[in-house]
Design a protein around this ligand. Structure first.
Ligand SMILES: [Zn+2]
Length: 389
């Protein structure tokens, strides 16, 4: 058994799941990462009995996740049957933003074969109808595919249990009602999570993080959302509210936050914070977008440079807090700020070095800022299947 596989098993075992489920996840993950692969190779890599491998593989084939490729031949000796992912299994991924929604058709490897941007009409029911009719059209145009679910990435955290509303202005539905309404309308299982959790799953399923080490994803946008992947799974906490580091107070006399507190981390280190620092420094006639601020910075605008340095210092302050609290192996940053990571990362690092007790993690931008949310929505469907097994 490889060290990597052994460590994967230990991590999986630590998460309280049944041995049957741990082995099933392990086999599926190995086929996903190394296909085409034979049963003999699976037995060698996992250390499991051939009979156990066969039972699990037959189950995964029956459920439609895997197929056998008997055409591939070895040059010498017996010809084993290789296992592949079933390319006819499809997933619908939705990435919901305040002003628009991206609908994508993908396979179970997260490969996007089609995507469409839908601009949100001014009311929720029209937006919902538009999304539903687009999905129905995609299914009608791909009758040969077998659709296994819909994954939805929400723009901010939604307390699914308390039925609090999605934060986006044009999308005022409780999370649970969105799930049940869409399941009724389309007839597929719908899995929903916030952008930080979705991005953490995306890194583990499709990025360079393989789930062996603890990982924290920090989504920096209008606010700050944090997703925590530890001991082989997402940390969701009570009512799915774990990871609200954005509302930890950093500066008691800082700006008032919507949560009622003053000087929360997201009031000092988010895109919105950088814009307000810029407004204080240069008092322009109009409030710029964060994208414009990044351009001003690249053009050498002094106030923009100063505002983004201040944002990076506060980002470092919060990242240091997370590093002390969770000691993850990696911290992945998602958002427009990563366009400037080559210049801002040293400022973030400086903050981390101020505390001798900090176990400094690897801090890097996300593997692919453009598709991470969509592929994370795919991972939600795959993870949901694995959770319910
Ligand atoms: Zn707050």
């Amino acid at each position: 058994m490889s060290a990597q596989t052994s460590s994967f098993i230990q991590n999986q075992t630590a998460s309280n799941r049944t041995p049957r489920k741990i082995n099933r996840d392990l086999i599926f993950d190995l086929v996903r990462r190394r296909h085409p692969i034979s049963r003999a190779d699976l037995a060698r890599l996992t250390g499991l009995q051939r009979s156990t491998i066969s039972l699990i593989v037959e189950g995964l084939i029956r459920e439609g996740w895997l197929v056998q490729d008997s055409v591939r031949k070895l040059r010498r000796g017996r010809n084993p049957t290789f296992l592949e992912l079933n390319r006819r299994q499809a997933i619908i991924a939705l990435d919901i933003h305040q002003s628009h929604t991206i609908v994508a058709l993908t396979d179970i490897e997260g490969q996007i074969s089609f995507q469409q941007v839908l601009f949100a009409p001014p009311n929720a029911s029209r937006t919902f109808s538009l999304i539903v009719s687009t999905i129905i059209k995609i299914r009608a145009e791909h009758k040969r595919l077998s659709f296994c679910g819909i994954g939805i990435c929400l723009p901010r955290r939604t307390d699914l249990y308390l039925r609090k509303q999605i934060v986006a202005q044009n999308f005022k539905w409780p999370g649970l009602s969105l799930k049940s309404k869409m399941e009724r309308a389309i007839g597929l299982v719908v899995t929903i999570d916030n952008v930080a959790n979705v991005c953490a799953l995306s890194e583990v399923w499709f990025g360079s993080s393989d789930g062996l080490n603890d990982l924290v994803v920090i989504n920096v946008c209008e606010g700050i959302d944090v997703g925590i992947f530890a001991n082989g799974r997402l940390v969701r906490g009570q009512r799915g509210m774990a990871g609200e580091f954005g509302h930890i107070q950093i500066k008691p006399d800082g700006p008032l936050c919507a949560c009622g507190n003053r000087g929360c981390w997201e009031m000092l280190a988010s895109n919105r914070a950088a814009i307000s620092f810029y407004m204080e420094l240069s008092s322009p006639a109009e409030t710029p977008s964060f994208e414009l601020l990044v351009k001003y910075n690249q053009g050498g605008d002094r106030a923009a440079v100063q505002a983004l340095i201040k944002m990076a210092e506060y980002l470092g302050h919060g990242i240091q807090m997370i590093s002390v609290a969770l000691a993850p192996k990696e911290i992945v940053v998602v958002g427009e700020v990563t366009a400037l990571w080559h210049t801002l990362s040293s400022i973030v690092d400086e903050q981390l070095k101020k505390n001798a007790f900090t176990k400094v993690p690897l801090i890097r931008p996300a593997y692919d800022g453009n598709t991470i949310r969509l592929r994370g929505a795919v991972a939600l469907v795959l993870e949901q299947d694995s959770r319910e097994y």
